[in-house]
Design a protein around this ligand. Structure first.
Ligand code: 9MG
Length: 279
C-alpha cells in the first residue's frame, strides 16, 4: 500500500523510503542536550549539520516536553524558535517542523517557513490549534499522550494500551476530518514515554504494524528516552544513542515511516539498511 504524506500540497511518498526527523531543541532545559542550542547561531549551525548528515525534516522546538518540564510563555517560545526557523529557511529547502503545543507559535512558525506542526497534544491542548491547522496546509503529527508533560508519568494506566492508542487515532482522524483536515496531511505517533510505563512502551513497539490506523504513516520517537536507560540499567545519556539506532532499524522493519532522532547520521544508515532488507 502507498504511504503518502501531504505537506503544503506536495505528496511525499514514504512507501519505499522513510524520513528521518532531526531534533533541534532551542531550550535551556532539554533533557538530552542540556540546552546546548539555546543560542540562535548555534541552533542554526546544529540544524545545518543535521541536514548535512541526511535529515529529511528538522523538528525545531522552544519548550521542553520532558516529564515535569516547566511551561514556557508563548512570547519566550517565539523568541527562541522564530529566528532559528527564519535562518534555516533562508539557507535550505529541507522540511521544517515546529514542535509546539501553542497555536500562536504554530501559526507564526508556519508563516516563517515551517512545513509541519508537531503538537504532542494531538491538537487537543490549545483550543485555537485546530483552527490554526485548518487555516494552513502544513503536515501534522498527531501524537498520543495520556495527561500533560507535567502529569503524564504519574502512574500511567491502561486496560490495553495498544487498543487505547488505536481508538485514540481513529477518533482523532475522524474529528480532524470533520473539521476539514484531510487524512493525507496526518502522520500518527504513539508517543513513546508520554504517559507510558516501560511495559506500555514495549507493547506499543511490538504492535507498531497494528497502529497504522486508516493506513496513515507512523512516526516513532524513542531517541535517548528513559525507556532505553531503563532497559540498559544505565544512567548515562551517551549510552542511549546506539540503542536508539537499533530501535530505528527495528521500528522501520515493523512499518514506521518517520523516526524523530537526535543523532541523525547513524539513524539514516539504519533506515536505509532496514529498507534494503524490506525491499
Ligand atoms: C517533542 N517530542 C518529544 N518526543 C516526541 C515524540 O516521541 N514524538 C513527537 N512527535 N514529538 C516529540
Amino acid at each position: 500500500m502507498k504511504s503518502i504524506w501531504l505537506i503544503h500540497d506536495i505528496d511525499h511518498d514514504l512507501s519505499q523510503r522513510g524520513m528521518v526527523m532531526g531534533i533541534v531543541n532551542v531550550t535551556p532545559d532539554s533533557f538530552s542536550d542540556g540546552g546546548r542550542f539555546l543560542d540562535t547561531g548555534r541552533a542554526v549551525e546544529h540544524a545545518l549539520k543535521l541536514i548535512s548528515e541526511g535529515a529529511d525534516i528538522l523538528d525545531i522546538g522552544g519548550e521542553s516536553t520532558r516529564p515535569g518540564a516547566e511551561p514556557v510563555e508563548a512570547a519566550e517560545e517565539l523568541r527562541r524558535v522564530l529566528p532559528v526557523i527564519r535562518a534555516v529557511r533562508s539557507e535550505t529547502k529541507t522540511l521544517i517542523s515546529i514542535d509546539t503545543m501553542k497555536a500562536s507559535v504554530a501559526r507564526a512558525a508556519v508563516e516563517a517557513g515551517a512545513d509541519i506542526i508537531n503538537d504532542v497534544t494531538g491538537l487537543r491542548g490549545d483550543p485555537a490549534m485546530l483552527r490554526t491547522a485548518c487555516e494552513c496546509d502544513a503536515g501534522l503529527v498527531i501524537m498520543h499522550m495520556s495527561g500533560t508533560p507535567q502529569t503524564m508519568q504519574k502512574l500511567p494506566q491502561y486496560d490495553d494500551v495498544v487498543r487505547e492508542v488505536q481508538t485514540y487515532f481513529e477518533a482523532r482522524l475522524h474529528s480532524l476530518e470533520n473539521a476539514g483536515i484531510s487524512r493525507e496531511r496526518i502522520v500518527l505517533d504513539p508517543g513513546f514515554g508520554f504517559g507510558k510505563t516501560l511495559g506500555h512502551n514495549i507493547s506499543l513497539m511490538r504492535s507498531l504494524p497494528e497502529l497504522s490506523v486508516s493506513g496513515r504513516p507512523i512516526l516513532v520517537g524513542v531517541s535517548r528516552k528513559s525507556m532505553i536507560g531503563r532497559l540498559l540499567e544505565s544512567e548515562e545519556l551517551e549510552d542511549r544513542d546506539w540503542p536508539t539506532v537499533a530501535l530505528t532499524a527495528h521500528a522501520r522493519e515493523l512499518g514506521a515511516r518517520v523516526v524523530r532522532v537526535h543523532d541523525v547520521k547513524p539513524n539514516v544508515y539504519a533506515m536505509r539498511m532496514a529498507e534494503a532488507i524490506l525491499g
